[in-house]
Design a binder for this molecule. Structure first.
Ligand SMILES: NC(=O)c1ccc[n+]([C@@H]2O[C@H](COP(=O)([O-])OP(=O)(O)OC[C@H]3O[C@@H](n4cnc5c(N)ncnc54)[C@H](O)[C@@H]3O)[C@@H](O)[C@H]2O)c1
Length: 257
């Protein structure tokens, strides 16, 4: 992987999958703009990296004005953005019939509109240069219904199609756009779903009550595993791959599209 001196923007960079992506990109020599809305966790993570090549930016990606300003600032300070990884996301659980307006809107504001804001803004700069590659992190819930995850699954289905349409619009400008759809991955978002110490075993086993299959590969993914898939699709090693949705879920959704 050659990311030496390349400028990469990563959202949701403070923890979990986004942090794993930032960590690997630093090791590959990239200059990383790490965006997150959680200032405390972001600064703590960036300090722990002890890297000269990563800069933190506190931004709420659901606010298009903030996104436009920060992208302009990154282009001026770090240089032209070569790569974008859109990771930031939230999960609000609940049956659709009981879901509040606020839960529905917050879910779409971050998972769908947030991804739209950042991909659209960065793509405008990439298009000028006829160069660039982006990866949007969606979810395996985008294509398989989940109990209590109606808003989340719908927001992820929307962002998956957003990324594919964007890939189509940008292909003629030498810009690739791909999707990584993780399954259960060991992060704060996943742990919030575990009610006791047997949380991981229950996820791996699946649950007929919840119409949910287990994980054939018998393990929960680590954020590093998802980051590897992201970095492959981002890189020149995937130079002829675009509009692709790479499922990284240990077989949990049986490859259903
Ligand atoms: N963990 C899983 O099991 C799993 C499975 C499938 C998909 N995903 C997806 O992977 C992505 C990363 O998830 P994770 O598990 O690392 O979650 P996480 O909760 O550990 O990290 C998400 C990060 O996004 C940031 N964020 C949230 N809202 C934001 C906003 N408005 N602006 C900027 N930053 C914001 C948070 O502060 C946090 O640092 C998400 O899009 C999630 O939907 C996760």
């Amino acid at each position: 992987m050659n990311f030496q001196n390349k400028v990469v923007l990563v959202t949701g960079a403070a923890q979990g999958i986004g942090a794993a992506v930032v960590d690997k990109l630093c090791q590959y020599g990239a200059k990383v703009a790490a965006l997150d809305s959680n200032e405390t966790v972001l600064y703590r993570f960036i300090d722990s990296l002890r890297s000269q090549t990563v800069l933190p930016f506190v931004v709420d990606i659901s606010d298009s004005r903030q996104v436009i300003c920060v992208v302009e600032q990154i282009e001026k300070t770090l240089g032209p953005i070569d790569y974008l990884v859109s990771v930031a996301g939230i999960l609000r659980m609940g049956d659709l019939l009981a879901l509040s307006d606020e839960d529905w809107q917050a879910t779409f504001s971050v998972n769908t509109t947030g991804a739209f804001n950042i991909t659209r803004t960065v793509a405008r700069y990439m298009k000028e240069r006829c160069s660039g590659s982006m990866v949007v992190v969606s979810s395996n819930a985008a294509s398989v219904p989940r109990m209590q995850m109606g808003a989340y699954a719908a927001s992820k289905a929307a962002v998956t199609m957003l990324a594919k349409c964007l890939a189509l619009e940008l292909a003629a400008f030498n810009i690739r756009c791909n999707i990584v759809s993780p399954g259960s991955t060991d992060t704060a978002m996943q742990r919030a779903l575990w009610t006791d110490a047997s949380g991981p075993e229950k996820v791996i086993a699946g649950s007929l009550d919840h119409h949910r299959l287990g994980i054939p590969l018998q393990k929960i993914a680590s954020p590093d595993t998802i980051a590897d898939a992201v970095i492959f699709l981002l890189s020149e090693q995937a130079s002829h791959i675009t509009m692709h949705d790479l499922r990284v879920d240990g077989g949990a959704t049986l490859g259903c599209q």
